[in-house]
Design a protein around this ligand. Structure first.
Ligand code: URA
Ligand code: SF4
Length: 205
């Protein structure tokens, strides 16, 4: 029976796209199999490729701070990426690489079944917020497949552009509130039963 461990082994030996030629280590992702919240970045960078772990370089240090602002322990969330092998020179992943790797991310989402998915940056955002701009939708939540998906800026964006830092921090500080609001909206009961429903209910007594 496939689980996160066998999936990770498959990722580490995967040759389904050209990124396998230049990787040192594939980076399947890490975190508990029953995590309620899953963070999805773009792809491994230099340090992640060396260590085989997600978000361990500068962007990872900042993500750790952001997780703390959001009130999460890093050990309690699942962290992964759209592509599991480093694009050379940290270039953007290509559409065909994202597509080749998507089955691993799909399966991780199925196996972990998180209540909340937080996308970090444009590439993971594109899956749930197609044709949207991150500058517009950052900090916004939507309901998809029975989960809540929240779009966030990539932590590295704030490291490259200092003016974004306060915005990213504010989005993470509000994360639990954003999720709670989205949950409440999804669970809102239809306002009033119709007259026909009421008649139906009365006729039962
Ligand atoms: N940036 C990402 O998108 N993912 C990582 O794992 C590290 C940096
Ligand atoms: Fe396989 Fe994904 Fe790595 Fe490409 S990026 S080789 S599809 S694990």
């Amino acid at each position: 029976m496939e689980n996160l461990h066998t999936l990770a082994s498959a990722v580490r030996t995967c040759t389904s796209c050209p990124l396998h030629h230049t990787r040192t280590n594939a980076v399947p992702g890490e975190g508990p199999a029953n995590a309620e919240v899953m963070f999805i970045g773009e792809g491994p960078g230099f340090n992640e490729d060396k260590q085989g772990r997600p978000f361990v370089g500068a962007a990872g240090q900042f993500l750790n701070e952001l997780l703390q602002l959001a009130g999460f322990k890093r050990e309690e969330v699942y962290i992964t990426n759209v592509v599991k092998c480093r694009p050379p020179g940290n270039r953007d992943p290509l559409p065909e690489e994202i597509e080749a790797c998507a089955r691993y991310l799909d399966r991780q989402i199925e196996l972990i079944n998180p209540k909340v998915i937080v996308t970090l940056g444009r590439f993971s955002m594109a899956r749930w917020f197609p044709n949207e701009k991150i500058s517009v939708v950052h900090g916004r939540a939507k309901r998809a497949d029975g989960r809540i998906v929240v779009a966030m800026f990539h932590p590295a964006a704030a490291l490259h552009q200092q003016s974004l830092r306060a915005t990213v921090e504010e989005d993470f500080r509000r994360l639990k509130q954003i999720v709670a609001e989205a949950q409440r909206k999804a669970e809102e009961k239809p306002a009033q039963p119709s007259a026909a429903d009421q008649a139906e209910q009365l006729s039962l007594f």
